[in-house]
Design a protein around this ligand. Structure first.
Ligand SMILES: [Zn+2]
Length: 275
């Protein structure tokens, strides 16, 4: 490097252009961001990523390099972002993506929780879930009421998508109710299996569509803080194809197996009152 140029590089250019690097062994100038981040880019000005050795034309190089439409600034920004991530001053893109995904998961869970809670409330209070129209159902009325004090739920319910994506359609309600029912039954069976003995209570009735329905309950003793307590729990309606004794016995035994009730502990049966 000529001495005059060297002085200028040291005194002016390195101060004004912090991205410049000088290679002693090559006696050449590099633009660090362009060399490091421009290699894999379809950069038009290939000269940007090559070292500058033509010292006579160095100011022309700077002019070309810092043109407003130059890719140089893009690589400077990439280098700047890279350094911020390395110095922990800024979350990386993958971190940002993960946290926004976590946020979405959290929101979705919150929404599902509110929907499930509403269905449980309807069940607990013996309120019909459906109404004359879907919009005017008890379920939607309670959910909309909850949304008045819940921004996340409110945004979800008012977004212009079909009811399926909102998880409020009758199909989804049925699916959720089924899961709730199964969970409640599994809890009852777990408690029942912990007791020493239990009795089954079954009663058959004809429902409004003239199908034979058998209601099944479990009666067992539970050890509580207040001593032994008798629990009588409904576990489900079974559809009977026939009300003959043999068919009913098979249905009950199959159901005990299906619900994973410990049949060896069964000591009594009752066929009245479970209705
Ligand atoms: Zn550059």
């Amino acid at each position: 490097m000529k001495n005059g140029v060297k002085r200028k590089v040291q005194n002016v250019w390195f101060k004004e252009h912090q991205w410049l690097r000088y290679s002693v062994s090559e006696d050449s100038l590099y633009c660090a961001p362009c060399v490091l981040f421009g290699r894999n880019d379809s950069i038009k000005e290939k000269t940007f990523i090559r070292p500058v050795t033509d010292w006579t034309n160095i100011s022309g190089y700077f002019k070309r390099h810092e043109r407003s439409d130059s890719s140089h600034f893009r690589f400077v920004e990439m280098a700047d972002n890279f350094l911020r991530v390395i110095r922990n001053e800024k979350p990386s893109i993958s971190d940002t993506l993960t946290s926004s995904r976590d946020l979405q998961i959290g929101k979705n869970r919150h929404i599902m929780k509110r929907i499930i809670e509403t269905l449980i409330l309807c069940g607990r209070q013996n309120i019909a879930v459906r109404g004359h129209t879907e919009e005017r159902s008890n379920f939607m009325a309670i959910l909309n009421h909850a949304a008045s004090e819940d921004d996340v739920l409110s945004k979800h319910l008012t977004q212009p998508t079909n009811a399926k994506a909102k998880y409020t359609s009758p199909d989804i309600q049925n699916e959720i109710l089924k899961i709730i029912g199964r969970t409640i039954r599994e809890n009852i069976v777990r408690d029942c299996n912990k007791s020493d003995y239990f009795a089954i209570l079954a009663d058959e009735a004809t429902d409004t569509s003239t199908k034979e329905q058998v209601s099944l309950c479990l009666r067992f003793l539970e050890h509580t803080d207040n001593g032994l307590e008798v629990r009588e729990e409904f576990v489900g309606f079974l559809h009977a194809h026939s009300i003959r004794g043999q068919a009913l016995a098979t249905l009950l035994l199959d159901t005990i197996d299906e619900y994973e009730i410990d049949g060896d502990k069964m000591r009594a049966q009752g066929y009245d009152g479970a209705g």
